[in-house]
Design a protein. Structure first.
Length: 385
């Protein structure tokens, strides 16, 4: 089988979310003015897509991105450092819910990063930008399934090492992940079923349920009866849903604690600890910024992670990495009431970053740099092979 052709490229340079977050309003306004004067329509539309993402104008961002991809399929992430490695990130149309937000992990690294966008329904490109290593950023979803299948068909002839094989990314589907992890020692994951409205439920109440291809708690609810489930279906029409057995994981103080961990080449790194009085724990809504006590606990857990949590759960964490077969994957988890590792989900798209304000979270940058450094080291190791 003939290898994929590679060509040297100089694609237009865009500033992604990680860079935009650091800009002052005048700097952002100057950037917008400059790209509009540049004359490269692909660059203009793509940069505006990131600007709209920054302000949570998702529909406008999607429109700008679609117009950008009509002009150009490859973009380079702005980086003023001398490149020590050339990385090609393969993406599909969409935002951070569709692709790994890898620019946060690479922020500040001496890695030249080109973004290649594949479009569903189109033939695979005849040539790719020259690179030392590729990373598959396309996340698991029904929407992305055709792109992942198309990519997997190209793996045998890909001329460079690839991180996160596209054939393993579907392991993050919630029901498939449950089947892979449910029998691992020292680990618990709630029974999970993919179903359509009206299908027989294969578990007892209470359950949690959400439409497929949703993230961040969108449409997520806790259901206690068949009547509530029927009402939920009526209020949240969707082609399919994920239902999971609800597991109570409240600590003795009545609060819920959820960790985000990233497994990089099988090694765990902590990304945050969210502490909430609600069972649906999300970092942004957990009140971490408003509570010095919660932040102090997060600091203790993050700084002591290697000697405590990672050590106590080393076997199940290693087993998760083996089961999922992904070089880079985040897991949301907690310490269960029975002492086992309670896993909520695994996802190659989980956001990890060091963008929180340092005046509130002075402990985070040093801890997060461990994960960022490990990812850069993984890229260099694989590229050298």
């Amino acid at each position: 089988m003939q290898a994929i052709s590679l060509l040297e490229a100089s694609p237009p340079t865009v500033f992604p979310m990680a860079a935009l977050l650091r800009m002052t309003p005048p700097q952002l306004q100057a950037l917008i003015a400059n790209v509009h004067q540049d004359g490269n329509l692909g660059l203009t539309f793509m940069q505006m897509a990131y600007v709209f993402m920054l302000s949570n104008q998702h529909e406008a961002a999607a429109q700008m991105q679609a117009r950008a991809l009509q002009h150009q399929r490859v973009y380079r992430i702005a980086n003023d450092q001398t490149a020590a490695l050339r990385l090609l990130v393969v993406m599909g149309p969409g935002n951070m819910q569709d692709n790994t937000p890898i620019e946060f992990v690479l922020d500040g690294s001496a890695i030249q990063t080109d973004l290649l966008f594949l479009v569903p329904g189109e033939a695979f490109p005849a040539t790719l930008p020259e690179h030392d290593i590729a990373f598959i950023a396309i996340g698991e979803s029904d929407k992305n399934a055709p792109l992942l299948a198309q990519l997997q068909a190209q793996m045998a002839r890909w001329p460079r090492p690839v991180v996160n094989q596209p054939g393993a990314i579907p392991n993050c589907a919630r029901n498939r992940c449950y089947r892979l992890l449910k029998d691992l020692a020292g680990l618990c994951m709630a029974k999970t079923q993919r179903l359509q409205a009206g299908d027989a439920l294969e578990m007892d109440y209470p359950i949690t349920i959400r439409p497929i291809d949703t993230q961040g708690g969108e449409g997520l609810a806790r259901i206690h009866s068949a009547t509530e489930l029927a009402d939920y279906y009526a209020a949240h029409p969707a082609p399919a849903y994920y239902a999971a057995q609800y597991i109570d994981y409240r600590s003795a103080d009545g609060l819920y604690r959820k960790l985000r961990i990233v497994l990089i080449d099988g090694v765990p790194f902590i990304c945050h600890l969210a502490i909430s009085d609600h069972w649906m724990v999300h970092y942004l809504s957990a009140g971490m910024a408003e509570s010095a006590e919660k932040r102090l606990e997060e600091q203790r857990v993050m700084e002591g992670f290697e000697q405590d949590f990672a050590l106590r759960f080393s076997a199940p964490l290693a087993a998760i990495a083996d089961a999922l077969q992904l070089d880079y994957v985040t897991i949301d988890c907690a310490e269960g009431l029975d002492g086992r590792l309670l896993v909520f989900e695994a996802d190659s798209r989980g956001l990890i970053h060091a963008a929180d304000p340092t005046e509130l979270y002075p402990y985070k940058p040093a801890v997060m740099q461990k994960a960022f450094g490990a990812f850069a080291a993984l890229l260099h190791r694989r590229a050298e092979k």
